[in-house]
Design a protein around this ligand. Structure first.
Ligand code: GLA
Length: 383
């Protein structure tokens, strides 16, 4: 997008010159459904971004508009709605609400959003708009907050205001992403380790173009199942606070005592944590063979144990096998549709994209979108 055009559009709407902030979407390389279990994830920020332009107003109103979505939303900062309105502006409102609750004094503002992160594809368009809005709103006030804290507040907005019980991964990587690197994030301590990706590697993201209705309900069910697992293990050892604290050995010892479904869910999480730290080590030494194997295992586990894949995702993962330059791939994000992520050598990436498209199309009759991405930086002020 041309920033100058975006700024001009803002000027036309609000007769002011705005500051512009850009926050990226993300793709998760490995560590799925582990963030809300205090575990490990390894996402990277990608080149799709949401842009938020903002300028102060003399009154206490917050006006929110988008280039893609209709509506001219106007609120009084001193009487923000106590709960979601059901419109897209909830992401901005939620952030404004948590910032105020945190004690940040916000100024009246006109705000315009422009999103390029594909929506509903599991690439975190919601985290991107939250994070860009947070920086924009804070830029007009006196409070400065560290980026990890902004990530936490944005997650809080999504949990408490928008009403999605997501983990911290998406907001964190949208804040802290680093070009050329994935982030191995310990979701308990929030300590990041930046893992360099080989320069000639591309993250090829394949959008199945489906999103099954199940997604939100099933996400919350999975969370509840994990909590049930934790309750069981806490009785055995009060030091266990999350599935993060359950070792593979302990899990195996109790395989027969847990209800079968709960055991499968726990099994996925406990081993996925292990895979994720192993994957960071493999990447650090450039062992792409091992990394690819771990990604494949992750997919199988999400499909068979956590049961959040779907036919289209499985076909897309299958479609990548055997193509030149392909190191490994899996579904990415919450599941039930959305995208797969594939590690592919740069020189083969374009051909890979063409072949996967053809294979997927042949099997499903759906034309996918394929994006050749690299790891990018997190949120930035552009002007
Ligand atoms: C969604 C959530 C994340 C994470 C993933 C699954 O993307 O927003 O917090 O839980 O699902 O790994």
């Amino acid at each position: 997008m041309q920033i100058s055009e975006f700024v001009q559009h803002f000027d036309k709407l609000f007769a002011a010159r705005p500051r512009v902030f850009r926050a990226p979407g993300r793709v998760n390389l490995i560590g799925e459904h582990t963030d809300y279990n205090d575990g490990f994830v390894m996402p990277a920020a990608v080149g799709f971004s949401t842009y938020v332009a903002i300028a102060a107003r003399p009154d206490r109103r917050l006006v929110i508009r988008s280039e893609e979505f209709p509506g001219n939303f106007e609120f009084d900062l001193d009487h923000l709605p106590p709960q979601r309105t059901g419109a897209w502006c909830d992401y901005v409102l939620g952030v404004a609400t948590v910032l105020q609750q945190r004690g940040c004094e916000l100024a009246g503002a006109n705000l315009l959003a422009h999103g390029e992160v594909p929506i509903g594809a599991g690439l975190s368009s919601s985290a991107a708009i939250e994070v860009a809005s947070a920086l924009a709103l804070l830029s007009l006030g006196k409070t400065q907050l560290p980026l990890p804290e902004i990530a936490k507040l944005c997650r809080q907005a999504e949990n408490n205001f928008v009403g999605a019980r997501v983990g911290i991964m998406d907001q964190f990587v949208s804040c802290m992403g680093k070009a050329g690197h994935a982030i191995l994030l310990d979701c308990r301590s929030l300590e990041p380790k930046f893992v360099p990706l080989p320069a000639d590697l591309r993250l090829v993201v394949c959008n199945t173009m489906v999103k099954h209705d199940l997604a939100t309900g099933a996400y919350n069910t999975r969370r509840a199942e994990c909590e049930e697992g934790v309750r069981y293990f806490t009785k055995l050892d009060p030091a266990i606070r999350a599935l993060r604290d359950v070792s593979p050995e302990l899990l195996d010892q109790h395989a027969r005592d847990l209800p079968a479904t709960i055991w499968k869910r726990c099994c996925h999480v406990v081993r996925e944590n292990q895979r994720t730290t192993d994957a960071a080590r493999a990447l650090a030494v450039g062992d792409l063979g091992r990394m690819g194997e771990l990604m494949r295992e992750s997919h199988r586990s999400l499909r068979d144990l956590y049961e959040v894949s779907c036919r289209e995702l499985d076909i897309m993962v299958e479609a990548a096998e055997g193509l030149p330059g392909f190191c490994g791939g899996r579904m990415t994000g919450g599941g039930f549709g959305g995208c797969t992520v594939n590690l592919v050598r740069q020189e083969n990436a374009a051909e890979f994209a063409a072949q996967v498209t053809e294979r997927y199309q042949r099997a499903t009759g759906i034309t996918p979108q394929v994006y050749i991405c690299s790891a990018e930086n997190g949120v930035r002020a552009l002007s």
